[in-house]
Design a protein around this ligand. Structure first.
Ligand code: PDD
Length: 281
C-alpha cells in the first residue's frame, strides 16, 4: 500500500516515471528527507522541511517554492494516500536535462513516496540489537542529506551480511554516526553524542533526544567519543526517524555493559513516545 508523486502528479508506486536524463538518476544530484507519520500526522514536519532547505542550499539548488509550499504538499500527499502509520520520502533533484556535469537551467524535479510502515519488531527494543564498526568512507559534507548514499549502503549491507542491524561509522577511531542513524553512549549516567559538524547529519531524532534530556534533567553532552569509549560505555543507542531510539547490546560481538538494553535508553524511549503523543495528540 502506498502512493507516489512525481512533478505534480500522483501515481501508483510501481509506475515508471523517472526520465533517463533525470539528474537524481544520472548523478545523485539532489537531496531528500524522510518523515514519519503517526495517526495520519507527520512528526516534526517543520524541522524536516527546514533541514531539506538547508541541504538544498548547501548544494546550490535553488527552490522556487517556499517552506509552506512543501509543508502543504507533504500534508496533502499524506491525506491523498489515506495512510495513517506511514513514512514519507521526498526527493528534490536538479531536474531533467541532457547529461552534463554543469548545472542545467531547468526546473527541479520533486518526487515523493508515502508507504505504510511495518513497525520494527518489539523484540528489537526489548533485547537490543547487534551492530558492527565500519570505517566512515563518505565524503566531507555528511551534514547534507544528499541522495548519494553508496558508502552508507555498502556499510549497511556489510552489517546485514554479519547478521547485524546497523553499521557504526568511525574516522580515525572517532565515532561519527551510523549508516542511517545518529549514535549515543551513556557513561556514569551522562548521555554523550557526537557534536554537530560537517561529518554528521543533524538528525531530527537526535535533536529531540537532546531536548528531552534538557527537559528532564538528564545530563547530556555533545562530545566526540572513540570506538574504545563506546565499547566501554554502560549503554549505547542509535536514533533515527524510523527506529526512534534503538538499544545496542553488542558491537562486533563485544557486549556493551551486561549486554541488555540500559535504563537510561529505555527511559529516553518512553519519554520520546510521550513527546510524539504530545505533538500528534
Ligand atoms: N536516515 N544519519 C544518517 C546518515 C541518516 O541517514 C539518518 C536518517 C540519521 C538520523 O536522522 P533523523 O533522526 O532525522 O532520521 C542520521 C533516514 C532514516 C533515511 O535515510 O531513511
Amino acid at each position: 500500500m502506498g502512493l507516489g508523486f512525481f512533478n505534480g502528479k500522483y501515481i501508483p508506486l510501481d509506475e515508471p516515471v523517472i526520465p533517463i536524463e533525470e539528474r537524481g538518476h544520472q548523478f545523485g544530484d539532489g537531496v531528500y528527507e524522510m518523515i514519519r507519520v503517526y495517526k495520519g500526522k507527520p512528526f516534526k514536519l517543520n524541522e524536516h522541511v527546514e533541514r531539506l532547505f538547508n541541504s538544498a542550499n548547501a548544494i546550490n539548488l535553488p527552490l522556487e517554492n517556499d517552506k509552506s509550499y512543501f509543508i502543504d504538499l507533504i500534508l496533502h500527499t499524506i491525506k491523498v494516500s489515506g495512510l495513517l502509520e506511514c513514512t514519507v520520502y521526498l526527493q528534490i533533484t536538479r531536474g531533467i536535462a541532457t547529461r552534463n556535469h554543469i548545472f542545467p537551467d531547468v526546473p527541479v524535479s520533486i518526487s515523493m513516496t508515502v508507504k505504510e510502515i511495518t513497525p520494527l519488531d518489539p523484540a528489537l527494543y526489548e533485547n537490543g540489537v547487534n551492530v558492527i564498526f565500519h570505517e566512515d568512507e563518505r565524503w566531507a559534507n555528511c551534514y547534507i542529506k544528499s541522495l548519494n548514499l553508496l558508502p552508507n549502503v555498502l556499510a549497511r549491507q556489510k552489517a546485514n551480511e554479519k547478521g547485524c542491524f546497523e553499521a557504526i561509522l568511525y574516522r580515525d577511531e572517532w565515532v561519527t554516526e551510523g549508516s542511517s542513524s545518529n549514535v549515543f553512549i551513556v557513561k556514569n549516567g551522562i548521555v554523550y553524542t557526537t557534536p554537530l559538524s560537517k561529518r554528521i547529519l543533524e538528525g531530527v531524532t537526535r535533536g529531540v533526544v537532546i531536548q528531552i534530556c534538557k527537559k528532564h534533567d538528564i545530563h547530556s553532552i555533545e562530545k566526540s567519543f572513540t570506538k574504545n569509549q563506546l565499547l566501554d560505555a554502560d549503554e549505547v543507542f542509535i536514533t533515527n526517524t524510523t527506529g526512534e531510539i534503538i538499544p545496542i547490546v553488542k558491537v562486533d560481538n563485544v557486549k556493551i555493559g551486561p549486554g541488555i538494553p540500559g535504563k537510561v535508553t529505555k527511559r529516553l524511549h518512553r519519554l520520546f513516545i510521550q513527546e510524539i503523543m504530545n505533538e500528534i495528540g
